[in-house]
Design a protein around this ligand. Sequence first.
Ligand SMILES: Cc1cc2nc3c(=O)[nH]c(=O)nc-3n(C[C@H](O)[C@H](O)[C@H](O)COP(=O)(O)OP(=O)(O)OC[C@H]3O[C@@H](n4cnc5c(N)ncnc54)[C@H](O)[C@@H]3O)c2cc1C
Ligand SMILES: NC(=O)c1ccc[n+]([C@@H]2O[C@H](COP(=O)([O-])OP(=O)(O)OC[C@H]3O[C@@H](n4cnc5c(N)ncnc54)[C@H](O)[C@@H]3O)[C@@H](O)[C@H]2O)c1
Length: 549
Amino acid sequence: MRTKAPAGLKRWVKGTSSVPTSHPRGMGTQGEEETMSPLKERWIQLEPWDEWNRELAALIRPADWKPPVPAFRYNLVVIGAGTAGLVTAAGAAGLGAKVALVERHLLGGDCLNVGCVPSKAIIAASRAAASVRKAHRFGIHVRQGARVDFSQVMERMRRLRASIASNDCAQRFADLGVDIFFGNARFVDSETVDVDGTRLRFHKAVIATGARAAVPPIPGLNRVPHLTHETLFSLTELPKRFGIIGAGPIGCEMAQAFARLGSKVFVVEAAHGILPREDSDASAVVLKAMEADGVELLCCGRDLVLEPGKGGSVRMHVHTHGRATRVAVDRLLVAVGRAPNLEGLDLERVGVDATPKGVVVDDGLRTTNPRIYAAGDVCSPYQFTHAADFMARIVIQNALFWGRAKASALTIPWCTYTDPEIAHVGLYEKEARHQGIPVQTLTLPLSEVDRAVLEDCAEGLVRVHVRKGSDRILGATIVASNAGDLIGELSLAMTHRIGLKGLAAAIHPYPTVGEALRKVGDLYNRSRITPSIKRLLTKIMAWRLWKPM
Ligand SMILES: Cc1cc2nc3c(=O)[nH]c(=O)nc-3n(C[C@H](O)[C@H](O)[C@H](O)COP(=O)(O)OP(=O)(O)OC[C@H]3O[C@@H](n4cnc5c(N)ncnc54)[C@H](O)[C@@H]3O)c2cc1C
Ligand SMILES: NC(=O)c1ccc[n+]([C@@H]2O[C@H](COP(=O)([O-])OP(=O)(O)OC[C@H]3O[C@@H](n4cnc5c(N)ncnc54)[C@H](O)[C@@H]3O)[C@@H](O)[C@H]2O)c1
């Protein structure tokens, strides 16, 4: 098992712009790397070095990229070309600003390369495998059963990732008028950024450097080979036994996907259950589905210790619900949260405050240096692509156009793409109560939605919290196979202050799962008919029967 990056890749990350031409062999691990300087040794793999990864690299880190001659001064220098940086740069350039965009590794950042895109491609394949397996429930008998070709699953992922990459490609941004510089950015002073020796002068700058996988101080972790999301998507062989530490969104999505593709998956979680931030009834539905797919959850995990096993395997020792458990796995994924990318930026030089959670910003996303803003994972508790996108829009308005847009005004939904998916927007019930807001909660089980029953996906719910005494939506959670799509309607309603009565009044086509939202609106309307109103209505009706026509 190799624990160091191949020489070619290291050269590349160190900023020579030379994409390796030979195929870097072997599966990378972390552990040793985490103890080294993050700037020098951190790298994201594009392995295997096949035609799709070459195509991807050619788009987002072209080997022959000629850095432009820096302008005398830029309206905006953007550091980091993930979603936050790309949206900021494209939007600002589109509005006439002179923009420089600096990226030390791959345009597209985590979402395209080692986040949303590859994970959802794998999830799509795992859903296909699960559909074949449960086809018999519909009276469809697949003769041989399902055989998963993991290398094809991963090749499909690499092919689709490369095809999607054209949105984020260097040439597209250059055509939009953005000057792209590959290299490590650091602040020299409040009007200069250095990129490996090239000086960029700015009027305003944006820190959009994102975050990386956090590696916790688990005893033994530095002695065992392990993956993070930065190396997971380079796998070419399905691990027979797959261990995952952390049952957050990454842990749950990957646990179920790998179980459906054929791994025996063990998930160690420190808290009780999975997705501890979510509504507990909702996450319980998802856990049941994951367990039905064969995922074994070791929750309330205490005293986790890791040690090397035979043939590159890893032994996990953990107390789960007070019981000592020992499992051996062939691969281990660490998914316990994220750490902001701050190292090497020399933030102290420019008076930008930061904490271990990220860059400190005000509601307008301005840092403690009034000329420097931040957007995306590096400064936000909402670590989602769409949140990074909308923070970028705020930064453009506030940094360039004297805007007063506020991050706190954003309504940010999110979704974890298990099957069923679990999506949320706004407040949870306990948060509303904690804030002293009187709350009424309405829950509709999906078993009451015809289409969900017909599709065999009736395990789920729609739960909406309104301010007591009104139909104003405070928050909502949905568990459904397409919860991520459904939550958009509630997000729209909250953004535009449409209440539950408004949802009840909107006709949804029958039969759709989306009808569940209208039905929750009906639930709300019915909840307003108190026993005394009902008695009054009954009297009026009775009176009308006897009233002469
Ligand atoms: C496995 C996984 C699955 C995910 N799935 C989803 C999902 O389904 N939906 C969703 O909404 N979100 C998802 N996310 C989260 C999403 O990927 C992030 O929220 C998003 O990428 C944040 O964008 P960003 O621009 O803030 O940061 P990043 O995408 O991290 O981009 C930051 C960029 O800055 C560069 N950089 C850092 N330091 C420097 C420097 N000093 N100089 C130059 N460049 C630098 C980095 O190389 C990087 O390219 C997922 C994340 C992971 C890990
Ligand atoms: N669908 C999506 O939108 C999506 C998907 C994946 C990731 N993401 C983003 O990426 C971020 C990171 O995801 P994540 O799942 O790594 O982090 P997370 O912080 O959301 O979840 C980490 C989990 O690990 C557990 N944990 C922490 N330390 C542990 C330990 N020592 N032993 C056992 N368990 C431990 C925590 O209790 C928690 O449940 C998310 O917060 C999310 O913003 C989003």
